[in-house]
Ligand binder design. Structure first.
Ligand code: GRF
Length: 203
């Protein structure tokens, strides 16, 4: 029998509510879960998720995007500051969970195969902002959520796992988003378990 693998030091990156972060922290309480949520980083100091993380005893950091100028130089400086925080905490794997920033290609390359995101649509359908509203506008009957590897192009990396969610007659952006979000909370912990168990995630 092979020896049990050490838990990986995972950072969750947020910008707001942090309900997916919470699902990951809760999952990581199981002794056999392959991730230790060792750090939560927010791009905004007022992100509600920070409070939950602190109360749960998870180390938190803020890399405030307001401290950095807009444009390419600001993006690179932001990503360098973020990289410093991640390396200082000896992070091995990164989960984006409502992190409302686009990375420089360099940052993504440094984490290639070790950075994943959750998106509230069945990718490749409805990339980018407001995918639930896009799904309603397209009048699809089924939408859902996707956990995928992060590549430089937005919402375009290989899919790890998806859950389908019905779009019901009379749905609004709010009702559909809430139904998809409940599925996200099941999907993300399972997908992270899956990807950490695969060769792809090992550096
Ligand atoms: C989720 O719908 C996620 O899929 C998207 O942003 C939202 C974040 O919600 N990327 P929360 O902060 O995890 O509650």
């Amino acid at each position: 029998m092979s020896a049990p693998q050490a838990r990986r030091r995972v950072a969750v990156l947020i910008s707001g509510r942090g309900s997916n972060m919470r699902a990951l922290i809760e999952a990581s309480r199981a002794a056999d879960y392959p991730a230790d949520i060792a750090l939560v980083v927010s791009s905004k100091p007022e992100a509600a998720g920070l409070e939950y993380a602190r109360a749960a005893g998870v180390e938190t950091a803020v890399v405030d995007q307001a401290d950095f100028p807009r444009g390419d130089a600001g993006r690179e400086a932001y990503d360098a500051a973020l990289q410093h925080v991640l390396l200082r905490a000896r992070i091995e794997f990164v989960c984006l969970a409502g992190f409302m920033r686009i990375f420089s290609a360099d940052f993504v390359r440094q984490w290639q195969g070790r950075i994943v995101n959750i998106h509230p649509s069945l990718l490749p359908a409805f990339r980018g902002l407001k995918p639930q509203a896009q799904a309603l506008a397209a009048q699809v009957r089924v939408s859902g959520c996707t956990v995928h590897h992060v590549v430089p192009e937005l919402d375009a990396g290989p899919t790890i796992a998806q859950i389908e969610v019905p779009v019901l007659p009379g749905d609004t952006e709010e009702t559909l988003s809430a139904r998809i979000l409940a599925a996200e909370h099941r999907l993300y912990p399972d997908a992270l378990r899956q990807v950490l168990g695969s060769r792809h995630a090992r550096s």
